[in-house]
Write a protein that binds this ligand. Structure first.
Ligand code: NCD
Length: 326
């Protein structure tokens, strides 16, 4: 069941929290991409980002492992001059039985402006946002299989940088769609870009109810799905969220759903290859494809920092974002 909604926008339509791309107006999504793109261009010209978040505190609250998302939020906040705390769950009082909300309220009492939250339970960021006692913002860094909005946005940004007219593209998302918060956020972000031919491909046991994905083509045969594709987004098997017997063997999975060079030849000649990471080589993607000339995997990582900078400015710059953008 989807988590109860929480208003992400304030009464004047400004972003208050970033919980999900579902329900976020298309213009808001496109404005965030434009801002991230401008920050990326400035950085490539050697311009250092202004310390527009000096004096602000961002707390990373990651209850699940993370390499790129946590580091990316950390760097994004620091490059804008914010102070960042990487809250260490393993050595915190949560191990002494303190509840999630007691932990959050304790951190709030020390004053912070934003919580970046990752949790295995869908709905945790909304839950925190609804119970905050301060004006802090909540940024969802991935909750269960529900949403990973900044990943959806950075994927859309990366795609748009390479294909400025994404509406005309055929895009395939292949892998463990059922357990993927990335797939859910990617679908919203790509629909906001105007993508019409969006295909989801997975074995039947790794596809949720197609009604959850209106406007998407559903495929179980990867060779059919990839035919003529302009971009393929591969997903990891999220074993931590599935029953042991869901996939018979990784070798068999790779034969049917792995992205090999041979299979990629069925796509458009310049097909872009994307993956949110972490990649499992030889399971959902062959090394030669992951490291090959069509792969944007590390570029996605690089773009993620600019995208998260744009989101942090939007959420924390309190009314003066026009000044900050100038
Ligand atoms: C993903 C996640 O955690 O949802 N990774 C990421 O944030 N880049 C995907 C995954 O874990 O497979």
């Amino acid at each position: 069941m989807p988590p109860a909604p929480c208003s992400q926008l304030d009464s004047s339509g400004r972003l208050r929290h970033l919980i999900s791309l579902d329900g976020l107006p298309r213009e808001r999504i496109l404005a965030l991409l434009d801002h991230a793109q401008a920050l990326r261009a400035a950085s490539r010209n050697g311009t250092r980002a202004a310390d527009v978040l000096a004096g602000r505190t961002v707390i990373n609250l990651f209850f699940e492992p993370s390499t790129r998302t946590r580091t990316s939020f950390d760097l994004a906040a620091q490059r804008l001059g914010a102070h960042v705390i990487n809250f260490d769950i393993a050595s915190s009082s949560t191990t002494k039985g303190e509840s999630l909300l007691d932990t959050v309220h304790t951190l709030e009492a020390m004053h912070c402006d934003a919580f970046v939250v990752r949790h295995k339970e869908s709905g945790t960021p909304q839950y925190i946002a609804r119970h905050l006692r301060s004006g802090a913002a909540v940024l969802n860094a991935g909750d269960g299989n529900h949403a990973h909005p900044t990943q959806g946005l950075l994927d859309a940004l990366t795609l748009r940088l390479h294909r400025p007219n994404p509406a005309a593209l055929r895009i395939v998302i292949c892998g463990d769609i059922r357990h993927s918060r990335v797939a859910r956020s990617d679908v919203h972000a790509l629909h906001a870009l105007g993508v019409r031919d969006l295909r989801l491909c997975a074995p039947p046991q790794l596809l949720p109810d197609p009604a959850e994905f209106p406007g998407c083509g559903i495929f179980h045969n990867f060779d059919e799905a990839i035919d003529g594709a302009d971009a393929v987004i591969m997903l990891r098997l999220q074993k931590e969220r599935m029953e042991a017997a869901a996939i018979p063997s990784e070798a068999e999975y790779f034969v049917r759903y792995g992205l090999s060079s041979d299979r990629l030849r069925g796509a458009h000649r310049d097909c872009l290859v994307m993956h949110p990471g972490p990649i499992n080589r030889g399971v959902e993607i062959a090394s030669e494809v992951a490291d090959g000339p069509q792969s944007l995997i590390l570029e996605q990582v690089a773009n993620g920092v600019f995208l998260r900078m744009a989101v942090l400015v939007e959420l924390l710059a309190a009314g003066d974002s026009a000044k900050i953008r100038a």
